[in-house]
Design a protein. Structure first.
Length: 297
């Protein structure tokens, strides 16, 4: 028995160096694969930035990234715009995104608190209906919404793009906050009730401050989705002065073939900066908000 145990110990000791020898190799291979995948994913972005410094006739004729003829004037030309300064489009997009963020933060947090903490008639039916809307395509409600906004006289205004956010129409964020609130201990609500807090004060002073990770996630995704939205803005906006960044970029393209690709790519690079800076700044908050909202209390 002692001989067998000694042999087993020796075999185990002999196998350990092999694991140590292969472990760095596996890590190196994994890092190399991740670098390759990252470069493949970033190549379109790098190509866009590089092409923004090229003349229009060189963008598609020269496949290389390094411009043969540097043309930084694409940025000045793009900033002046086709008929309206591109700064107007950025201001419109930021304004609409700001109102959409405020609407989602207020309405979605209130709806989530009601679903997670309050007992009222029809709560389960309302919650199930909200979940069903997650599977409903946007195009199904497009025509009824357009008819409604047209009767209200809101077509060719910013109202259809941000007013619905004040009525908790984004079920994804409501669900996100519901899961987060459910992870909070109910003892906090009971302590607030003993201190004389009604449901509104409990939401205002207890739940809302603790919702910070989920709120940051809501703010970032609302900004990105609203800022990059093209379809709804194309439907509801007609005047060039009301155009947003996606519609402003579309002006550089001409169906006859005379398109200003250089200025368009230059302004695409400029338009990418606000969401990129926001995402990089709050990247950890996004991960924390999504991760903690899945916990169960």
């Amino acid at each position: 028995m002692a001989t067998e145990r000694l042999a087993a110990i020796r075999d185990d000791a002999d196998s350990r160096p092999a694991v140590r020898r292969w472990a760095p190799g596996r890590r190196l291979l994994a890092h190399f694969a991740l670098i390759v995948v990252t470069l493949v994913m970033l190549y379109p972005l790098v190509w866009m930035v590089a092409s923004s410094f090229k003349p229009t006739d060189e963008i598609f004729s020269q496949p290389g990234l390094i411009p043969r003829h540097l043309q930084p004037s694409n940025y000045a030309e793009g900033w002046r715009g086709v008929s309206t300064a591109f700064s107007i489009f950025i201001e419109n997009s930021l304004l609409i995104s700001l109102f959409a963020i405020v609407g989602n933060v207020i309405s979605c947090s209130l709806a989530a608190f009601a679903f997670a903490r309050l007992n009222f008639l029809g709560r389960r039916i309302a919650y199930a209906t909200m979940l069903v809307t997650l599977m409903l395509p946007t195009h199904v409600t497009l025509v009824p919404q357009y008819i409604l906004f047209n009767k209200l006289g809101w077509v060719n205004t910013f109202y259809p793009l941000f007013v619905p956010h004040f009525f908790a129409v984004d079920a994804f964020f409501v669900l996100l906050m519901v899961q987060f609130i459910r992870s909070l201990p109910r003892e906090l609500d009971e302590a607030a009730r003993l201190d004389g807090c009604n449901p509104w004060k409990t939401y205002r002073y207890i739940v809302f401050p603790l919702l910070r990770p989920a709120l940051v996630t809501t703010i970032i995704f609302t900004f990105i989705w609203t800022y990059n939205d093209f379809f709804k803005q194309l439907i509801y906006l007609n005047d060039v002065e009301l155009f947003t960044v996606p519609l402003g970029l579309r002006q550089f393209l001409d169906s006859t073939g005379d398109s200003s690709w250089g200025p368009m790519l230059a302004m695409s690079t400029v338009a990418l900066l606000p969401p990129l800076v926001l995402f990089i700044t709050f990247q950890r908050r996004i991960v924390d908000g999504v991760a903690t909202s899945g916990l169960k209390g």
